[in-house]
Design a protein around this ligand. Structure first.
Ligand SMILES: *Cc1c(COP(=O)(O)O)cnc(C)c1O
Length: 421
């Protein structure tokens, strides 16, 4: 089936329960077992079924099945947030003494998590250039457990060279983890380009209306075979002492998400609430339609900005004039690039003036909402960074970032026009 259809029907049997058309919300902490044997079977995985909502929940299960199918994966696990999805994916691969190689263009929360917080767990991050991947291969060693990058990066709005990253990773048997939040599952599916693990913040375009935090990890098919013969990741094919000697790769279930569920989610517990899972299922149903409209609107606003005399430069990869346009055309559906764009005006003061003058845009540090958002990174998210370092990280003091929503683009352009004056 096609993605739009899966988004509406995948993972849910309407004939179950009362036949509710909307996926029911199973708002419960725990489940009653039929008897002692049933309980024992569930714990030993002889039978699959809900035990406790930290581990599984039937509403969350629909989200996971649906999302895995849309991303073309074998299995998915939904968790509390995008941040926890990234943490689980990395913690499932690396341990103290290992290293990971991360893109130079990442979400700020991913940078602090991967370069700073997990360093305290003994996992070191090295950095590669996601556009020009020359410095990737030379950094891989025996202890390298993951290559992490964003398909379309937030906030730099850069499209990674996925093909090259994947081919280098495959040559060395290193797992690739791609954060596909901004590109969305509607425009790009990393697994079909050879990526092993996909993570998302569902809080952005999947929810689409700024209502719920959630994250998801998706694995490609065939990882059980890969891990069984890989010397790098023996913890998947060796007995897990914490789970009475379970060998993950020996089960007829996709082992990557299974290990996150049985070991990491059990122990760390950043699970998603059934209510948020339900909101995200509803968001997913209209993802395709919304992302198409976000992309059309953003392209119109980008063209307007490109022609405006007070704008020095516009960064929107779907613009034909963008140096990244060839990668957008290669990877993303219809050459669309979702709703994130940025532009530079002359000075810090001019940028601040525009932020203070817009009426329709909300000054919010979020993306992917149905309502248009505006931020000035230099005075908000990046205000602690000295100005020379700002410029090095690609953030100009006069840069404004927009997350274009679903309003009529004429109104967005009118709002920006009056704000420039
Ligand atoms: C927002 C975001 C995250 C973090 O997700 P949360 O759901 O806020 O924890 C991770 N990666 C990217 C690209 C994001 O935009």
């Amino acid at each position: 089936m096609e993605k739009e259809t899966i988004a509406l029907h995948g993972g849910y049997d309407k004939k179950s329960g009362f036949g509710s058309m909307s996926v029911p919300i199973e708002q419960t902490t725990a489940y009653a077992f039929r008897d002692a044997e049933h309980a024992a079977n569930l714990f030993s995985l002889k039978e699959l079924g809900p035990i406790y909502t930290r581990l599984t929940n039937p509403t969350t299960d629909v989200l996971e099945k649906r999302f895995a199918e849309i991303e073309g994966g074998a299995s998915a696990i939904a968790v509390a947030s995008g941040q926890s999805a990234i943490f689980y994916a990395i913690a499932n691969l690396a341990e103290a003494g290992d290293n990971i190689i991360i893109s130079n263009k990442l979400y700020g929360g991913a940078v602090t998590l991967l370069a700073h917080t997990i360093k305290r767990f003994g996992i070191k991050a090295k950095i590669f250039d996601c556009e020009n991947v020359d410095n990737l291969e030379s950094q891989i060693d025996d202890k390298t457990k993951a290559i992490f990058f964003e398909s379309l990066s937030n906030p730099q709005i850069v499209v990674s060279d996925v093909d090259k990253i994947v081919s280098i990773a495959k040559k060395h048997g290193v797992v690739t983890v791609c954060d596909n939040t901004v590109a969305t599952a509607a425009l790009f599916n990393p697994i079909s380009w050879g990526v092993d693990i996909v993570v998302h913040s569902l809080s952005k375009y999947t929810d689409g209306q700024g209502r719920a935090i959630g994250g998801i990890v998706v694995e490609r098919d065939g990882l059980n075979e890969f891990f069984s013969s890989s010397p790098r990741y023996t913890h998947f094919s060796m007995p897990d002492e914490s789970y009475h000697g379970l060998v993950y790769t020996s089960l007829p279930l996709p082992c990557f998400c299974l290990r996150i569920r049985l070991a990491l989610l059990r122990d760390i517990g950043a699970c998603i609430s059934p209510f948020n899972a339900w909101l995200l299922i509803n968001g997913l149903e209209t993802l395709d339609l919304r992302v198409e409209k976000h992309s059309q609107n953003a392209l119109e606003v980008a063209k307007f900005l490109e022609a405006h005399p007070k704008v020095k430069s516009v960064n929107y990869p779907a613009l034909k004039s963008s140096s990244q346009n060839n990668r957008v055309e290669k990877y993303f559906k219809n050459g669309s690039a979702s709703g994130l764009l940025s532009f530079d005006v002359g000075t810090y003061e001019e940028a601040k003036h525009i932020i203070d003058s817009v009426k329709l845009f909300s000054v919010v540090v979020n993306i992917g909402d149905s309502k248009s958002l505006i931020t000035h990174p230099a005075s908000t998210t990046h205000s602690q960074i000295p100005s020379d370092e700002l410029v090095k990280s690609g953030i100009n003091p006069a840069t404004i970032r927009l997350s274009i929503g679903l309003e009529n683009p004429k109104d967005l352009i009118a709002d920006l026009t009056q704000a420039f004056n």
